[in-house]
Ligand binder design. Sequence first.
Ligand SMILES: *Cc1c(COP(=O)(O)O)cnc(C)c1O
Length: 379
Amino acid sequence: MPKQYLLTPGPTPVPERAALKMAEPIIHHRTPEFEAILAKVREQLRWLFQTKEEVIMFASSGTGAMEASVSNLLSSGDKALVIKGGKFGERWSEILKAYKIEAIEIPVEWGKSLDLKKVEEALAAHPEIRAVYVQASETSTGVRYPIRELAALVGPRDNTLLVVDAITALGVFPLPMDEWKIDVLVTGSQKALMLPPGLSFAALSQKAWKFAEKSNLPRYYFNFKKELKSLQKNQNAYTPAISLIIGLHEVLSMMQEEGLEKIFERNARMARATREAMLTLGLSLYAPDSPSDAVTAVLVPSGMDAGKIIKHVWEKQGVKIADGQDQAKGKIFRISHMGYIREPDLLIGIAAIEMALKDLGGTVELGKGVGKALEVLKK
Ligand SMILES: *Cc1c(COP(=O)(O)O)cnc(C)c1O
């Protein structure tokens, strides 16, 4: 088995520091020892989410907290607005459908950014819309949506929430929940948080907690109110993912040591370096207008199969990058730079892509992409 370099937009590499903590013998969760860890993690999560509200956690992949953000906030007969420009926008629609909530959709062409005017028009045309569901970073297309501007549109409406899936955004670029007045901010453990999959999170504004009081949709495990009550006693309602929460304490400590501003700067720099390296190699960007700093989606020239590049870098170099999904399959590859993916890892990824392009008959000048990335990183 080759040495592996995981450059996918989830799961992402786990720092040794956290892996070692998680490998320690399991402890019981109803103990002062675990409760002390949970108390610290609650504070650290507030720091990460930039909120004074409690951050709820579940033992699930990210989709669990997305589902909870439908089933705990809306009521039968409600309508919701969905920004749909990729796989994860589609997921909001599918969850709403499962709960028989009517979704009004704003389709966004894959790779394109959101036209805020369309949101304004939809909100004006349907004053009954109870929630707007969106991604901060649409991982399937590499697009970043204008959350600050959306929050400014939704904020003044007492009867509408802004629910943001920030699973590849929180801890990558700024999303200050309280300052921007985001009502619900959702994330998961296996992307920017550098942990294995298995934890999902959601923080709710006071406005969102009022919705939670009235919501009448069916739910059992994914219950915000129940978890809030438990967390306030440094407990979870059910058996928590103990080892992952212990790992979470470690990765959040690492993030606090670095500082949010520095993390955001580093991610922006790595994203810029990746984009410029790809352009230098004669490839183009799938989301040139509003790229996410978490993941870069790269369009390969027509006639070339992105799948071949992905297979080649994996088989020859042990570098794992991601495929496009659905309509983007074969057309793009996605290289991630969030979490514990750091500058040297990125250079390995770019070098592997150069070698693949060369082996597959391209006319690349080896080292050109890596050189460009280094230039951007050192600027
Ligand atoms: C990864 C991801 C999710 C959650 O997927 P899970 O497989 O349930 O963890 C949701 N939204 C976005 C934008 C993601 O990148």
